[in-house]
Design a binder for this molecule. Structure first.
Ligand SMILES: [Zn+2]
Length: 272
C-alpha cells in the first residue's frame, strides 16, 4: 500500500496536471456522484493535497473531492481525453483543457462540502501529516504524551492518529534509523532520544518523498548497488531483507510480525 511519500508524490503529479485550471469534463462511476459531472464543469481545481493516505482536491464552489486508494486504487495522468491501456475500472476522471487525472479501481471516493469534510471519519481521526504538518519537536512531544507514551513504537507508527502517512516500510526504516527496538515505548526513552526519533521520522520520510521511495543514505545505496542488489532491496536498510546482513553492523536481519504487519529488525543496532 502506498504510504505518505507516495501519496504526496501523487498529489504533486495531479496538481501539476490539473491544478489552477478549470474543469472541462468530469466522470464518476458511482451513481451518487453523477450529479457532480455537470456541476463541476467550469470550476477551478484550487488545490490538491495528500492527507495521510487520502487525497483531497479542493474545487471552486466549495466542493472537496476525497479519495482513499486502499490497496488497489491508482491514479494516471494523461493528455485531456486520453486513457491508459489498463483492465482496471475507471472510477473518476477530472479533465481540464490540457490533462485528465484518472482514478482507477479506488473504492472510496466522495465529493463533500467543507462541513462534511471537517466531519469525515478518516480525516478527523488522522494525526498531523508526516510530510507537511510536523517538526521533530512536535513528534517528540506527541510520542511523549500520556495518549501515546505507553504503546510500543511498532504499534504507534502504524496508528494514523499518531502521525498520518506512516505505513509499514517507513515503520521499519524509521525505527532502524533511530536505533529504537520496535517493542520499546516512548516512556522508556529520554527527551533527547525522543527528539532524535522525531528527526529520524522526518529524515526517512522526506528522503523517500524526494527520491521516489529510497530510504537509505547515498553511501549505503552505492554499496548495495555494487553488491548487485535490485531496487526491491537496495533502497531499504532492512525492509524486505530477512536473513541478509545489516548494512551498518553486518548482523543478520530478522523478520517478525508486530501489530499484524511484518517488521524487520537488527537487534544489534536497535538496542538502546
Ligand atoms: Zn545492525
Amino acid at each position: 500500500m502506498p504510504e505518505g511519500p507516495e501519496i504526496h508524490r501523487e498529489a504533486d503529479k495531479i496538481r501539476d496536471a490539473i491544478g489552477n485550471q478549470p474543469c472541462r469534463y468530469a466522470y464518476f462511476y458511482h451513481d451518487h456522484l453523477k450529479p457532480f459531472e455537470k456541476e463541476l464543469v467550469g470550476s477551478t481545481f484550487n488545490s490538491v493535497e495528500a492527507h495521510g493516505k487520502g487525497m483531497v482536491i479542493e474545487i471552486e464552489g466549495g466542493h472537496y473531492f476525497y479519495s482513499h486508494n486502499q490497496l488497489y486504487g491508482k491514479w494516471y495522468i494523461k493528455p485531456a481525453g486520453e486513457y491508459p491501456d489498463t483492465n482496471r475500472e475507471l472510477r473518476a476522471e477530472l479533465r481540464t483543457d490540457l490533462n485528465s487525472a484518472l482514478l482507477y479501481s479506488a473504492s472510496e471516493i466522495e465529493i463533500m462540502d467543507k462541513e462534511s469534510l471537517n466531519e469525515h471519519s478518516y480525516l478527523t481521526k488522522l494525526g498531523p501529516d508526516v510530510l507537511r504538518d510536523v517538526t521533530p519537536e512536535l513528534i517528540a512531544e506527541r510520542a511523549g504524551s500520556d495518549q501515546f507514551n505507553g504503546r510500543s513504537f511498532a504499534a504507534l507508527l502504524l496508528d494514523q492518529q499518531f502521525l498520518g502517512g506512516v505505513g509499514n516500510y517507513l515503520r521499519t526504516e524509521i525505527l532502524f534509523h533511530s536505533a529504537i527496538h520496535p517493542k520499546d515505548r516512548p516512556k522508556d526513552l529520554t527527551d533527547e532520544e525522543l527528539l532524535e526519533f522525531g528527526k529520524s521520522v522526518l529524515t526517512i520520510s522526506h528522503r523517500s518523498y524526494e527520491s521516489g521511495g529510497i530510504t537509505v543514505d547515498d553511501e549505503s545505496l552505492r554499496t548495495a548497488k555494487s553488491r548487485g542488489e535490485k531496487r526491491k532491496t537496495h533502497r531499504y536498510y532492512l525492509f524486505g531483507r530477512e536473513d541478509d546482513d545489516c548494512r551498518v553492523c553486518g548482523s543478520t536481519i530478522v523478520k517478525k510480525k508486530i501489530s499484524g504487519r511484518r517488521i524487520y529488525i537488527c537487534s544489534n543496532c536497535q538496542n538502546r
